[in-house]
Design a protein around this ligand. Structure first.
Ligand code: NAP
Length: 235
């Protein structure tokens, strides 16, 4: 972790691009972020698919003012801050294809490497420890953070309902950490919690398997709440 304060200049206004944004996780995050006032580009390998999904979302939530647009992943990668919401095994190839556009950007990886074994979800350990670390190695000119792993898409997508969770964030570079924490702080109900360097992404990603098993066992959509936190000065 770099030394010094973790605060950085406010990203204002925030344009967020979501790579692989047409899946449940990307859509849900796009809805929550846009409901919180951010402008979101839902990215896809197919711009038409992204735009048609966005049209559906705008129609379903026509009573809300949502700044959403659909585009190809390359256009989404041009946003201020980019979230990687592809399946885990597509994360590195997706970023590798977009290296020139992503240069210098904060990239937030939310991918979890998981597999179903029998009735249970289990973690797969990536060669570099985590998907986020693999992304950072593949994109050394980006500032990579890991976050959003534990937010259940179904709850996140219901933007007319309150949703509360702690979002564990880890990064090696302070600008990745602070930009990601500031993004999370803008969303009512979400609280960023700094969880360490990018080395902590491995247990964050793996813990998602535990949450899914809990969700299945108790027929719910479990997330994370950390106790014992100070009430002020989180960033
Ligand atoms: N679902 C959740 O509740 C949740 C919560 C937290 C984190 N996550 C993590 O977030 C990520 C996305 O989850 P998801 O459930 O939304 O996944 P998903 O539906 O399987 O995939 C998301 C999108 O990625 C794109 N994609 C699929 N295969 C690809 C490939 N080979 N190369 C490039 N792009 C590809 C697809 O978009 P296009 O076909 O439009 O390109 C797809 O709609 C996963 O890594 C997951 O572990 C999920």
């Amino acid at each position: 972790m770099e030394d010094g304060a973790v605060r950085c200049a406010r990203l204002d206004p925030v344009d967020v691009g979501i790579l692989g944004g047409t899946g449940p996780a990307g859509q849900a995050l796009a809805l929550r972020l846009s409901a919180a006032g951010m402008s979101v580009v839902v990215g896809s390998r197919d711009a038409e698919r992204a735009q048609s999904l966005v049209d559906e979302l705008l129609s379903a939530w026509s009573h809300r003012k949502l700044a959403l647009q659909g585009a190809d992943n390359s256009s989404a990668a041009a946003a201020d801050l980019v979230v990687l919401a592809t399946p885990w095994d597509a994360a590195v190839p997706t970023v590798t294809d977009l290296l020139a556009t992503l240069e210098g950007k904060v990239v937030v990886s939310m991918a979890n490497a998981l597999t179903k074994v029998g009735r249970e979800m289990q973690a797969i350990f990536a060669s570099r420890g985590s998907i986020a670390q693999s992304v950072a190695a593949a994109a050394p000119a980006c500032a990579v953070a890991a976050a959003f792993h534990h937010l259940p898409a179904r709850s996140l997508a219901k933007i007319d309902s309150p949703f509360e969770a702690d979002v564990l964030v880890c990064a090696d570079q302070k600008r990745a950490l602070s930009a990601t924490c500031e993004l999370i702080e803008r969303v009512p109900g979400l609280r960023p919690v700094q969880a360490g360097s990018l080395a902590a992404a491995a247990p964050l990603e793996a813990f998602t398997a535990v949450l899914i098993n809990i969700s299945v066992r108790y027929k719910t959509h479990a997330s994370v709440a950390i106790t014992g936190m100070p009430t002020e000065g989180r960033l």
